[in-house]
Design a protein around this ligand. Sequence first.
Ligand code: G6P
Length: 609
Amino acid sequence: MCGIVGAVAQRDIVGVLTEGLRRLEYRGYDSCGVAVLQHGAPRRVRSIERVANLAEQVEDARLSGTIGVAHTRWATHGAPITDNAHPIFSRDEIALVHNGIIENHEPLRDELKALGYAFESDTDTEVIAHLIHHTREEDASRDLLTAVQRALQRLRGAYAIAVFAKSEPDRVIGARAGSPLVVGMGERGNYLASDAMALSGTAEHFIFLEEGDIAVLSCNGVHIVDRDGATAHREVQAQHANHYATELGPYRHYMQKEIFEQPDVVADATERVRSITPALFGAKAQRAFSEIDSLLLLACGTSYYSALTAKYWFESIAGIPTQVEIASEYRYRESVVNPCAMVVVVSQSGETADTLAALKHAQEIGHHHTLAICNVPHSSMMRLTELHYSTGAGPEIGVASTKAFTTQLVALFVLALTLGKERGRVSTDDEAHALRQLHHLPAALNSVLALEPQIVAWAQALARKDHALFLGRGVHYPIALEGALKLKEISYVHAEAYPAGELKHGPLAIVTNEMPVITIAPNDTLLEKLKSNMQEVRARGGQLYVLADAGTKIESSDGVRVIQLPGHYGPLSPILHVVPLQLLAYHTACVRGTDVDKPRNLAKSVTVE
Ligand code: G6P
């Protein structure tokens, strides 16, 4: 979703802006642009193509300057056309980029039109640019910071902005309320970005702005004021060394790279769990865990499916009642608050607007105990919750989440064990056994990844289909949901997942010999039930594609294709079974020639509602 970069330096910053945008491409966008102050006037280049194309246009236009802002836009208000691309100008004085949604843009637009402002775009963003311009005109000091402060007070909604003014050629101002923004400090300049990764190699130190903060950047320093206008001193963090490179290396796509990184990231994630203790979740966890009687998990997308999977673990291992809810639903419904329920938000980015709003809503209505399970350590969710657990998968660039999902599952499993141990349901032997299983996971994942050639063959067949069904039972039902989501997201094959027992209550009606039915068949207590469901499919001609554990005695036959996985992996089996489904979606998308890492209409980090 929208990405922001801003820069002020003692050198030309155009390269920093375009490189920053390139690194934000993974968030998803449909247009992009750069503006700099050149020869005393704002100049911009905008494109409805990729950042690489923008960079060429920028070079052709000989754009250069020492202050500037840049943007990747994921359209919300107004189609993805050049006129709606950011930076947005106001009367050739103000240049502004924005991430988020301004809810009261309509009355503000009418007001500004009445004041004589001509609107050139359909965006809500243009309102902010003109409002800052107008507020500044009204103020005798003509100070950009004062104008930004006053203008922002009139906005309702979520935003992060970066702005500069023609008549203040030495500073760029950034502000956040609801959307992420980080300040990067380097030797020869200071920078702004939606995500620290955009500035890696450019800035050595970072400040993660708090809600309501406004940052004034000049070459000489960074001054931050809080929402009340008081100078704020925020913690300066050194750049975190991350050994998971953000470059593609030998892989064709980031998604493929991230699928194959899973044994390593899971090894890192399990390595730090040498024993099961509440301290893994923060200093306050011991007390918090003793005060709760249930869990309420909130998440979106793939993270929602990891939460759904974990519900089975929480109830079977820890015996703790667990509710899982889609964040965008929870935040708007009247729910019955149990103050003894711990709210657990699960998110790769820690910035997803609906999950963040659901968390705030839960806190407002009386949930005291909150835990974030996130992949981005300094994210908003990690900073808003009482307890935190960093999943440590490293940067995930592909829009379709893979390694973030498996590491979330590891974290949630560790949480289930911890709560089980605290509640006297996990013995020392159980703990030792579970830890052995966790530590052996990377090897098990490697043996599943070795199945890739067989999955490529399935993908060839699946790529010719328009629809697919995914079946699973028990803890593997959410894995079927995740498999269907992956296929939809990146290959655009319509896919639905069902608990296999539900087949006869509807989906069987669409099963013909044209319908591929991808079935997850672990060697668990539900196997015989699942085999009956598979018979129901075959009896209607459905084409079964079965991921079967060793020992299930499910063999390939007419209309039944089987890929055999290693032996059943106990409660952690979902972590192994999801990997062939990731590979299946990936290879199907490759055969269909889609843009795997940037699927149409989707964004990596959904920072607007
Ligand atoms: C977007 C991404 C998904 C992700 C979901 C939730 O839709 O494309 O891959 O699962 O957001 O994101 P989060 O960062 O909260 O896990």
